[in-house]
Design a protein around this ligand. Structure first.
Ligand code: ATP
Length: 211
């Protein structure tokens, strides 16, 4: 016969395992290259939602931007690693790079959830993406698996037909496109990307006109 305290321990244990007990933010992107806008949004969401960690997840091949000039996935991964190295809240998530092919968020989250059902995921997206959620693969199923967190982006609306938790962060008008253009025109990107990313870009001569 079980004692009262044994029963109580079991009930508490069941409660603990039923309730998601790790809260993880995911910032998916091409990171071609990572810039200060990415770091600021990740930090603001992590802080304001009290997340345990925020993972930067480079895609293998973005589903919506096939025409975009991309560089080797390994360079994008290396730059993300350098960009987040000094921040204990930030981690690298390689799920999509490892899987390869088109990176559909639904597939990725499904796989992550299967491995770690106890984790509650917060998927962080910029205002430009929020506007296109209706085009995402299996979006109606995806909204049941994650909480979308939106960050305002200059020039984009803050409305959505899907549930989005908006987090108030400073508007940062930096984009990877802008960074690539500046470099290809011989302009500086100092203070727009972390110094370690600027060094990596120079060392590997990325985005220069000859590439
Ligand atoms: P590109 O200019 O090449 O399209 P990007 O600057 O949008 O790139 P991504 O790696 O595609 O960078 O973005 C990853 C995520 O970060 C996306 O959800 C995007 O909306 C968001 N994001 C990027 N920059 C900002 C910014 N300055 N403000 C708010 N959200 C941003």
């Amino acid at each position: 016969m079980k004692t009262v305290s044994q029963t109580a321990t079991k009930v508490v244990a069941e409660m603990v395992t039923d309730i998601p007990h790790k809260r993880v933010g995911i910032l998916g992107g091409t990171f071609n290259p990572p810039h200060l806008g990415h770091l600021i949004m990740a930090q603001q969401v992590g802080d304001q939602l009290g997340l345990d960690e925020v993972r930067f997840m480079p895609d293998a091949q973005p589903p919506h931007v096939d025409e975009k000039k991309t560089i080797a996935a390994v360079d994008r991964k290396n730059m993300v690693e350098r960009a987040i190295a000094d921040n204990p809240l930030f981690k690298l998530e390689t799920a999509e790079l490892k899987r390869g092919g088109k990176s559909y968020t639904y597939d990725t989250i499904k796989a992550l959830k299967a491995q770690h059902p106890e984790v509650q995921y917060y998927f962080i997206i910029g205002g430009d993406m929020v506007d296109y959620l209706h085009t995402w693969y299996r979006i109606d199923d995806l909204v049941k698996l994650v909480t979308f967190v939106g960050i305002k982006r200059t020039g984009y609306p803050t409305t959505s037909q899907y549930p989005v938790m908006w987090v108030d962060a400073p508007l940062v008008d930096i984009s990877s496109t802008q960074i690539r253009q500046k470099i290809s025109r011989g302009h500086t990107v100092r203070y727009l990307v972390p110094a370690a990313v600027e060094d990596y870009i120079k060392e590997h001569q990325l985005y220069e006109p000859t590439n």
